[in-house]
Design a binder for this molecule. Structure first.
Ligand code: ADP
Ligand code: MG
Length: 352
C-alpha cells in the first residue's frame, strides 16, 4: 500500500538569502551561498539550507536523521515501529524513546484539542482512499462502524510500552513532519549551525535568522490556486500550513473531499476553512495545531487560541477572509494582488 504523494506544497520559502538582525550584528557568518540538501522523504520533497562553516556536513546528518525517523514512523513500511504497533494484535510493544515521545505528544494534543486531532483516525482516512489514491465515498454506516472502533483514549502508553487494542491503527501523518523538523533543527544546532531554513514539504522550520540578522521571509501560498497570499517574516520558529487544497478528490456527486477528517463525523472537515497556518516555537506543536485548528474551523480555532495563546495563526476562509492573531500583525504582509480579501486581526480582549 502506498501513501499518496504530497507534491504541492502549502508553503514555500522565498529564498532571498539575507541576514540576521536580532541575532547579533557582530556574528561572523560568511555571506556566501548557503549549503543545500534536497531530497524526498516522508512522502514529500524537502529542501534544507544552512549557512556557515560545517553547514554542508551538518545538513547531510540532518537528512540521515529524517530517513531514520521515517523508517521508525512509516505506517506502510513493515520494518517500522508504527507498523509493529499496528500489527501487534493487542499485545504490548516496546518503543524507542523518539517514538514513545511523539506518541505521548500526539495523545496529549488529542486530549487538549478535544479530539479534533486523533492519531487513531487512520482506518477512516483509508476508507476514503487517501492512503492509496483510490478515492471513494464511504457509506454513513461504514463510517459509523469505523468511528466506533477508533479513539485516542483507547491507546495505553506507559513509559516506552504501548498497547493498542486489536484492529486499531496509529498514524503520525499529522505531526510527524513537524516533529522531524524539530529533531533536524536540534541536530543542526548541536553541530554549530546558527542560521538555517528547513522546508519539509511546506512545513518550515527556521533555525535562527538569516546570516545578516534579518528574519526569514516565508511566502504563504494561496489556498485558492496560483499565487502567494502574503509574506511572513520570522526567526527561530516553525510555520506549518494545513489545507484541503493540498490533497482532495472530487466525488461522483461533484463535491470536493479533502484529506483532513473531522473525527466527530468521519467526513472531511468542511467548515468554510480554506487553510490554517500555525506559527509556533516547535514544529510538532505547529503541525498538530494546523491539522486540529483546520478541523475546528474559525470559531473553534479562535476560542482555542484565546485559551492557549502560545502560538500564532493565519486562518483563511473559503469566502475570502483572512484572520491573523495579534502576535504576527507586524510581521505579516498581504500581497497586493490579494488586497480584495478582508484582513482581520484577532486580539486578546482587554478584560481577559
Ligand atoms: P499534511 O501532512 O498533508 O501536510 P496535515 O499535517 O494536516 O497535512 O496532516 C494530514 C494527515 O493527517 C492526513 O493525510 C491524514 O493521514 C491524517 N489526518 C487526517 N485527519 C486527521 C485528524 N483529525 N487527526 C489526526 N490526523 C489526521
Ligand atoms: Mg499537521
Amino acid at each position: 500500500m502506498k501513501r499518496a504523494f504530497l507534491l504541492i506544497l502549502g508553503l514555500f520559502c522565498s529564498m532571498c538569502l539575507p541576514a540576521c538582525s536580532a541575532f547579533g550584528a557582530g556574528e561572523t557568518l560568511t555571506e556566501r551561498e548557503p549549503s543545500q540538501q534536497e531530497f524526498f522523504a516522508m512522502d514529500t520533497y524537502m529542501t534544507f539550507s544552512a549557512y556557515g562553516e560545517g553547514a554542508g556536513q551538518a545538513l547531510r546528518e540532518a537528512e540521515e536523521e529524517i530517513y531514520r525517523l521515517e523508517s521508525e514512523w512509516s505506517v506502510t513500511d513493515k520494518g517500522s515501529e508504527i507498523y509493529r504497533v499496528n500489527h501487534s494484535g493487542g499485545m504490548p510493544v516496546s518503543l524507542s524513546d523518539d517514538t514513545a515521545e511523539i506518541i505521548r505528544f500526539v495523545l496529549d494534543m488529542a486530549e487538549e484539542t478535544g479530539g479534533a486531532l486523533d492519531p487513531t483516525i487512520y482506518p477512516v482516512v483509508s476508507a476514503w482512499g487517501f492512503t492509496t489514491d483510490e478515492n471513494r465515498i464511504p457509506s454513513q454506516e461504514e463510517l459509523q462502524t469505523l468511528l466506533g472502533e477508533i479513539g485516542y483514549d483507547k491507546v495505553e502508553l506507559d513509559g516506552n510500552l504501548i498497547r493498542l487494542p486489536e484492529g486499531m491503527e496509529l498514524d503520525l501523518g499529522a505531526v510527524g513532519k513537524g516533529y522531524a523538523g524539530d529533531l533536524a533543527a536540534e541536530l543542526l544546532k548541536e553541530n554549530g549551525v546558527t542560521s538555517a531554513l528547513l522546508d519539509i514539504g511546506g512545513n518550515i522550520q527556521a533555525v535562527g535568522s538569516r546570516p545578516d540578522g534579518s528574519g526569514w521571509r516565508i511566502a504563504l501560498r494561496s489556498p485558492f490556486g496560483e499565487g502567494q497570499i502574503g509574506v511572513l517574516e520570522v526567526s527561530d520558529c516553525a510555520v506549518v500550513t494545513s489545507g484541503n487544497y493540498e490533497r482532495y478528490f472530487v466525488g461522483e456527486d461533484g463535491r470536493e473531499y479533502g484529506h483532513i477528517i473531522d473525527p466527530e463525523t468521519g467526513y472531511p472537515a468542511d467548515n468554510g476553512t480554506a487553510s490554517v497556518t500555525i506559527i509556533a516555537e516547535e514544529g510538532k506543536t505547529a503541525d498538530a495545531l494546523s491539522t486540529s485548528m483546520f478541523v475546528k474551523g474559525l470559531s473553534g480555532a479562535e476560542e482555542y487560541w484565546r485559551t492557549h495563546r502560545d502560538f500564532d495563526m493565519i486562518l483563511i476562509t473559503e469566502d475570502g477572509h483572512i484572520y491573523i492573531t495579534e502576535g504576527i500583525e507586524s510581521s505579516f504582509t498581504l500581497n497586493s494582488s490579494f488586497a480584495n480579501m478582508e484582513l482581520h486581526v484577532l486580539e486578546t480582549a482587554a478584560d481577559e
